[in-house]
Write a protein that binds this ligand. Structure first.
Ligand SMILES: NC(=O)c1ccc[n+]([C@@H]2O[C@H](COP(=O)([O-])OP(=O)(O)OC[C@H]3O[C@@H](n4cnc5c(N)ncnc54)[C@H](O)[C@@H]3O)[C@@H](O)[C@H]2O)c1
Ligand SMILES: O=P(O)(O)OC[C@H](O)CO
Length: 355
């Protein structure tokens, strides 16, 4: 048993629970994996009962993915170190604002040979005025390689077994095959690419664009205007990668992590939904997140803030008018009704990215 690959999922929110359905099933299907999959659960009480106990007895995460059965070999563990200590693959799937704390708890407590994969869409602010990729934070803190999985993957649809594609960014082709085995399912088709940073950046930036799509919906601006936001958003995503992650490939934007995720999030995601309500109700984003998401977390407004922190420091806000105005609307510095005016003129940009 000891030579089998052990998988631990760190996180048990909406996406963490949906992916646990696939990972749990694949762990029992393929002989190279240990059947047991630990899932670290941030403990909370629900109607007087611990969420971990509810999951381990009913096999349902009634708070974050109600109505879906998790495979019984997925075991909820409230202690992150206990959950991860013997794992060979650590699947990070928590809202991005919590990842550093989890890394701090795990430092020196995991197998030195373990590998990580991040399903987290977001950035963190870096010292010196820039931003950090979440996979880089994980590698730097835990001193292990970190791949990424990003795609057009609304968690509830994946949990329902509806067809979708996803992109794994992995630098080591052999290891990419192991990751494909643990994540792929008939309804969840995996492509593995080696353009890891661009894959991750796509996953983070599309959440900002989704807020813009939600603003347009809230303003009743119509489908053409929303399509313009999606197109301009895509151009700013490409420009961002071109400037800050040189050597990335244009082709990555045509994988699931690029155009496809952008479209699905701008139509079916939480960032879009809350941003529409933000315009229609005049309530704050934080208030609406609490009211509308039942404990789930938004990533778009935070990501817009983190990106703006870097762009401001580099005096580059004017190169990214969509990202900049979305951030300013989220924090109340700009009115949503000024959104169209603020993105009317896009700067020229000559790309150096190659297919
Ligand atoms: N939900 C989706 O459809 C989806 C799809 C693809 C990627 N993602 C990405 O996956 C990541 C995780 O998203 P999710 O949907 O699983 O989470 P979520 O939005 O459901 O967030 C809830 C999770 O946060 C945890 N949490 C709440 N407060 C906490 C605290 N103080 N400290 C630590 N943990 C706390 C909860 O225990 C729960 O596990 C995000 O980066 C998201 O962008 C989400
Ligand atoms: O619901 P959102 O806006 O966090 O988006 C969810 C996923 O990232 C879609 O792929």
């Amino acid at each position: 048993m000891a030579d089998k690959i052990q998988v631990c999922i760190i996180g048990s929110g909406n996406w963490g629970s949906a992916i646990a359905k696939i990972v749990g099933a694949n762990a029992t299907k393929f002989p190279e994996f240990d059947d047991r999959v630990n899932m670290y659960v941030y403990e909370e009480m629900i109607d007087g009962k611990k969420l971990t106990e509810i999951i381990n007895t009913t096999h349902e995460n009634i708070k974050y993915l109600p109505g879906h059965q998790l495979p019984p070999n997925v075991v909820a563990v409230p202690d992150i170190v206990q959950a991860a200590a013997t794992a060979d693959i650590l699947v990070f799937v928590v809202p991005h604002q919590f990842v550093k704390n989890f890394c701090a708890s795990l430092l020196g407590k995991i197998k030195p040979t373990a590998q990580a994969i991040s399903l987290i869409k977001g950035f963190d602010k870096a010292e010196g005025g820039g931003i950090d990729l979440i996979s880089h934070i994980i590698t730097r803190h835990l001193k292990i390689p970190c791949s990424v999985l990003m795609g057009a993957n609304l968690a509830n649809e994946v949990a329902e077994g509806k067809f979708c594609e996803t992109t794994i960014g992995c630098r080591d082709i052999k290891y990419g095959k192991v990751l494909k085995d643990i994540f792929q399912a008939d309804h969840f088709r995996v492509s593995v690419v080696d353009d890891v940073d661009a894959t991750e950046v796509c996953g983070a930036l599309k959440n900002i664009v989704a807020c813009g799509a939600g603003f347009m919906d809230g303003l009743n601006s119509g489908d053409n205007a929303k399509a313009a936001v999606i197109r301009i958003g895509l151009m700013e995503m490409i420009r961002f990668v071109d400037i800050f992650y040189p050597g990335s490939k244009l082709g990555t934007f045509f994988e699931s992590c690029g155009v496809a995720d952008l479209i699905t999030t701008c139509y079916g995601g939480r960032n879009r939904k809350v941003s529409e309500a933000f315009v229609k109700t005049g309530k704050s984003i934080a208030e609406l997140e609490k009211e509308m998401l039942g404990g789930q977390k938004l990533q778009g407004p935070f990501t817009a803030e983190e990106v703006n922190y870097m762009l401001k420091n580099k005096n580059m806000e004017d190169k990214f008018p969509l990202f900049t105005s979305i951030h300013k609307i989220c924090i109340g510095e700009l009115k949503a009704t000024q959104f169209v005016e603020s993105i009317r003129n896009q700067p020229d940009h000559v790309l150096s990215l190659k297919a």
